[in-house]
Design a protein around this ligand. Structure first.
Ligand code: ZN
Length: 225
């Protein structure tokens, strides 16, 4: 995110920054983040300075119950876009939102809070280097991946498992690296004994996924030997 300084860093702006940080610490820092896919395609647009900007998500923050950040990922968004969105949330939790922040005009007021409508500036040559190649990993659920030179932009993946409504278990592998299991929670577990069962199911699904990864990693080593 390029946040341009248009005025000198005076004592007044520093005081504003401090006020915004205090506000963020008491209103935003402990909010959960929910991630959803929305039916809107990734867009590219020219910004006011003539740079190409990729818009792959929006971020909203809701200050009324249910209080939360929500990442709205557009169709065709990549793992990189998700990571950028997560950075937007992390920055907001520290620096605040809206007119409190320099470059904060990217945050627009909504009925319940704020909405971040920015994009990420694309380097001039980046898109030319990107190339879509067919995936040659038989275990991967994706048929294609985009590459920048020798770098695979999104990892290979196994079928996602959902041991409970609020959590998912994934496995991924970047080029030249082993398969790795991971899990993520969208909200908190259900309260009470039901929640404990869900946590157990999550742990079990994670172990199974890691076992599957180990099996695939051993196969690869076997094939290379
Ligand atoms: Zn793949």
């Amino acid at each position: 995110m390029n946040m341009m300084l248009t005025q000198s860093d005076t004592a007044q702006t520093r005081a504003q920054d401090n006020a915004a940080r205090l506000w963020a610490a008491s209103h935003l820092a402990d909010l959960p983040t929910v991630t959803r896919f929305v039916e809107q395609r990734v867009r590219r647009a020219l910004d006011s300075q003539g740079r190409w900007v990729r818009q792959a998500f929006a971020v909203t923050v809701r200050l009324e119950e249910p209080r939360r950040f929500m990442i709205h990922l557009y169709t065709e968004a990549t793992l990189r876009d998700l990571q950028t969105a997560q950075r937007v949330v992390e920055c907001a939790k520290v620096d605040g939102v809206g007119d409190q922040v320099r470059g904060g005009d990217l945050w627009a007021r909504t009925e319940y809070g704020w909405r971040w409508m920015g994009g990420t500036v694309e380097a001039g040559t980046e898109r030319h280097d990107d190339e879509v190649r067919e995936c040659r990993d038989a275990a991967c659920v994706d048929q294609w991946h985009s590459w920048s030179g020798d770098e695979q932009n999104e990892p290979c993946a196994l079928e996602i498992r959902r041991p409970a409504d609020w959590c998912t278990v994934h496995a991924f592998r970047f080029h030249g690296r082993p398969w790795e299991a991971s899990c993520s929670a969208i909200t908190d577990p259900t309260e009470g004994p039901q929640g404990l069962q869900e946590i157990r199911a999550l742990a079990e699904a994670y172990e199974q996924m890691q076992a599957e990864c180990d099996r695939l990693n051993n196969q690869t080593i076997g094939a290379a030997a």
